[in-house]
Write a protein that binds this ligand. Structure first.
Ligand code: SF4
Length: 259
């Protein structure tokens, strides 16, 4: 299957990450379309549910759809996170808010989809990209800022903003930030620059060319073994599956974006 010919296929930061972590896992998920349910621990399931609930609550808040606060109060953690959100992001009628917003960008070889948790357009034509990092901590800031997510999101936004918002803006007016709802704090923020934009483009094109040209018949599993314990495709890969272990380091970042 030649992915380059699948014009409907857009790369998300998750799919690109999956390829980097293990090309065979990428093939199973995105080329063969194998949906394989992973047995998550109770702890992981609770964290996923909290993340989903928070994203939905934040979406309602920024869309100014009434949030049933009395109901939220039955879940103390979620209610606290919602209060932190309201406190940190008081709604300003001069701003435009785009919660749970998807932008697709296509230009020949490059086909990208960015699923933003929130984009804020301000009256001075500055644009803020926000991503909710539930179940996370400030010590991950460097990792987030250097991540494919940061690259893909800010690059797609810069490429598409004129078509979508009707204006282009200087790189210095685009900012990407990660917010921890439980801690009410920013865990990493970065102002864009032309230099980073050029590097993002180079990195993204390089990675896509690598994916398009990858020869799965020459996949070397030994190079990716450290990912196997967390992988749902163990049984496809080996007659000697890795010993099943409880996910000790569940990460919200490892699951797909919320739609
Ligand atoms: S089990 Fe390991 S080698 Fe196989 S797809 Fe998963 S991560 Fe890759």
């Amino acid at each position: 299957m030649n992915l380059q010919e699948k014009k409907y296929f857009y790369f998300t930061q998750n799919s690109l990450n999956t390829f980097q972590n293990c090309p065979f896992q990428f093939k199973k998920k995105y080329i063969d379309n194998v949906k394989w349910q992973q047995d998550d621990s109770l702890d992981a399931e609770e964290k996923i549910e909290f993340g989903n609930d928070f994203h939905e609550t934040a979406q309602r808040y920024f869309n100014e759809i009434p949030v049933f606060e009395e109901g939220l109060k039955t879940n103390e953690k979620l209610y606290d996170a919602y209060c932190h959100l309201k406190n940190y992001f008081p709604l300003d009628s001069k701003n435009q808010y785009y919660p749970e917003y998807t932008i697709r960008y296509s230009d020949g070889l490059v086909r990208l989809e960015a699923n933003f948790d929130l984009v804020i357009v301000k009256p001075d034509l500055s644009v803020e990209i926000w991503d909710w990092k539930t179940n996370s901590s400030p010590d991950k800031a460097k990792r987030y800022l250097e991540s494919l997510q940061t690259k893909v999101y800010r690059y797609v936004l810069k490429k598409c903003m004129k078509d979508i918002f009707g204006f282009d803006t200087d790189f210095s007016k685009i900012k990407m930030s990660y917010f921890s709802p439980e801690n009410e704090c920013v865990i990493g923020e970065m102002v864009y620059s032309e230099e980073e934009y050029k590097k993002d483009e180079k990195d993204i094109v390089f990675l896509m060319e690598k994916i398009y040209n990858y020869d799965y018949d020459k996949f070397e599993r030994e190079k990716y073994l450290k990912r196997c314990k967390l992988c749902e495709f163990q049984l496809f890969c080996s007659s000697q599956p890795e010993k099943k272990e409880e996910k000790k380091h569940f990460s919200w970042d490892e699951i797909e974006e919320i739609r």
